[in-house]
Design a protein around this ligand. Sequence first.
Ligand SMILES: [Fe+2]
Ligand SMILES: [Fe+2]
Length: 476
Amino acid sequence: MSHVDLAAKIPNNVDLNADKRLQRALEEWQPKFVDWWRSMGPEGFQAHDVYLRTAVNVGREGWAHFGYVKMPDYRWGIFLEEPEKERKIGFGDHFGKPAWQQVPGEYRNMLRRIIVTQADTEPASVEQQRMLGQTCPSLYDLRNLFQVNVEEGRHLWAMVYLLQTYFGRDGREEAEDLLRRRSGNADNPRILGTFNEPIKDWLSFFMFTTFTDRDGKFQLIALSESGFDPLSRTCRFMLTEEAHHMFVGETGVGRVLQRTADLMNKVGTDPAKVRAEHAVDLPTIQKYLNHWYTSSLDLFGSERSSNAADFFASGLKGRYNEEKYADHVVLEGEYDLAVRGSDGRMHTEKVPLRNAMNEVLRDGYVGDCEFVCQRWNRILEKAGRPERLELPSRRFRRAQGIYADACYDPKGNPISNEEFEAHKAQWLPSKEDLEYVRSLMHPVTEVGKIASWIAAPAKGIDEHPFAWEYVKPPHA
Ligand SMILES: [Fe+2]
Ligand SMILES: [Fe+2]
């Protein structure tokens, strides 16, 4: 077992004490991170006491500690999963060779780019969500928001550790830039599109943590296969935290659905009548789903991609569940890709499998999202409702990849721009829908109380009831 040093300035299990140069570099970065947190983290709650879990170790049992903490004092630490003895590279051109403990020189730039792209999403989401605390539907939800936020902060620490440890001067510069870019900033935006979209209401937050954090899960799984062992071990531990973010999202949307279904049983299906009860009508929930799901699909990159082929060939980024495949080298094999022909119809094109690795990962993601959708539909079913939510086709409303230059309906049928425009307000949140949902967002901070548009959760946190003071204001 590696030694866990919790008393250190930066809690860690990487023996930071033994590398003074690295320790100094990270301790120099730490106050810059805290400054960033104070200015770009949750607005208005920096002095509150929040009931948070903190990572204190890795491994199955007892890795987290629960307690009240003021967020700027949160103990952001560096934790890597335990090394696997004599781990081998699991795929690509170097299949079967020992995993790298240092950066392979020929892949240095590629690897840095992979790490920076992942790293950039972490602070981005904190920035996107920074105003949400002011309209929380309950103290329970407020605490969950902050838990997600501090853990995204820890994910940034995890990636910055890799940059500072293995990439020398460029790594230090990248670590600075990660605190300089800003979500949604026209001059210096975050790297990926979805992470520049504002999250102004809690339904968006729950959709984001369901669909966008789930993209994170798949990226981390693919990177936990990496032949660069420190990256693999870092990502494996991040996945344990990611599971909670997806829980917050899925149960959040589920509770909105529960409330809506209960109201539909009372007042009928007319969206106006549901809205009269200060709740979100089902068509609006579907439109939000359509928006955030498709936005997250874009994060996997283009369907045909030479970058994806290079990442796989080099052994840096693998597939979801790489071990379940028989062939780990993948020099043969093709992927059947649906492409729109010049006749306007869909055809199948054979793509060399290595070039289709983004699509292979997206397949896993789509399947996982389908399960989520089924679980949401069970809530409707249990409430006796015949309506169902549905994932749109992966071709619908894409901004990246081969489906981006033409229009498709939610079933994936090719349509004209005019048809798309004519139906847009039925498929995606209109300005009016967004304004309506935002009009519902009022803070509910009384212990045990919940907003009108969402059901209370079945359980509280860490064995505490829902009616509990998860967030306490600073003492006057
Ligand atoms: Fe994250
Ligand atoms: Fe996350």
